[in-house]
Unconditional design. Sequence first.
Length: 264
Amino acid sequence: MIASLLSGKGGTGKSTLAANLAYAASRLTAKRVILVGADPASRSVEFLVEGRDLPEYGWIEYLTTPEMHFEEIVVQSSLTGNLFVAYSSRERILHGEFEDPNLVAEKISRFKGYIARTGDVVIIDCPAGLAVDHLLYALLFDSYVVTTPAGADLAGTKNFVFTIEREASQYGIAKPFKGVVVNMVRGRGEGEAVAEELALKLIAALPASPEVEKATAKRQLIAKAYPRSSFTQAIYELASKLGLGERHAKKMSLLDTLLNLWRR
């Protein structure tokens, strides 16, 4: 399973969600769980490594270097024996004249095949914002939008979803997202209202919790520091739900998609 978490803007709690979700998943399965911190601006990876040295190269280097293997960028977390992380030093995959879309296509295909063989669970914390890379993450992996009910967050997310869906329709995919995870929910029905506004399936509504603020201030993993909080319980429920989720059939050629995007 490979799940990507996307957000149209920063500040939605996407990276906090990614780190806690990876930790919870590692507690619920004997499989290896890997958090790919593809957003260099986030702290999702540092929540899990706790001072351990990271490999010299990361996610983007892996995708753009012919001879590099995925295991070269992965390091084990100190929190659980089956939890691993990979970081990223930059956020763009297709960036600059030196990036070869044919190579990237081959590496992503190889990565997906490798994960299918190992049975690992992979969670990708994607960069916030809107770029060609976000379309790749949305089309090529099981993708989930992360937002909050706040006005600015919801407006940015609505534009993000509209743009990605418009671009995805060119490749015969009307609904590239499996659904939305609404973070920092305070009122009853707030998650449902956000999902309706975005015209997406509600995957989970994560409650605002004082423990979230406390853990964040102390640079702690919420699910570990406050295992009985309402947020932590919701995270475990989400991890279970995603593990049972149905996978999308991809109706496109990975290589053709990358090449078409690159030619624009």
